[in-house]
Design a protein around this ligand. Structure first.
Ligand code: XMP
Ligand code: MG
Length: 177
């Protein structure tokens, strides 16, 4: 039976997100301003973060998306990652920056990195807005990390619970009622 999880508690405000994006973008701009990187957003959760950070970055870059699924509406990873949308941009010889909403077990990101590395890019780095290290099952590199979050299920700013709450401009955690 589904638990009732309707209480939302603010964890990170939209102002805090804006400040963090400015900091991350400054570092990324410094590293990539003359490299025309391809930013690869991991669907669906990264779409808001990607949209915000590219506008602050304001450097030449390409954008594409890769779709993976491991949750299917539940709050815990099934551990089985499925590719549900392939990358369309050729990335051989390009500098790739993966844009993730949250790294939890690390299994999705590890899968994405393996898929991308097979396409022989010049480099692959990772920018993740949120890092939830408590449930990590595999070590993954996070080159540009926004916030470390506690072991709570978080929603908003692109992240969902059963496809709800992606539209929130801040990040909340869900609490059992
Ligand atoms: P893993 O466990 O593979 O998780 O690192 C990767 C993807 O799972 C989603 N995820 C969450 N989504 N609240 C969410 O709304 C969470 O607390 C959460 N933890 C993991 C997310 O899409 C992430 O990219
Ligand atoms: Mg994600």
């Amino acid at each position: 039976m589904e638990r009732c999880l309707s209480k939302l508690n603010t964890l990170i405000t939209s102002e805090q997100i804006e400040t963090k994006i400015a900091e991350l973008a400054a570092r990324i701009r410094e590293d990539y301003h003359d490299r025309n990187p391809v930013l690869v957003g991991v669907l669906k959760g990264s779409f808001v973060f990607l949209a915000d950070i590219v506008r602050v970055l304001d450097i030449p870059l390409g954008i594409d998306f890769i779709g993976v699924s491991s949750y299917r509406g539940r709050m815990e990873s099934s551990g089985e990652i499925e590719l549900i949308q392939a990358l369309r941009t050729p990335i051989a010889g390009r500098d790739v920056l993966v844009i993730e909403d949250i790294v939890d077990t690390g299994l999705s990101l590890n899968y994405v990195l393996n898929v991308l590395r097979q396409k022989t890019p010049a480099s692959v780095k990772v920018c993740a807005l949120l890092d939830k290290p408590s449930k990590r099952k595999i070590t993954v590199p996070i080159d540009y990390s926004g916030f470390t979050v506690p072991d709570k299920f978080v929603v908003g700013y692109g992240l969902d619970f059963d496809e709800q709450y992606r539209y929130l401009s801040h990040i909340c955690y869900l609490e059992e009622k």
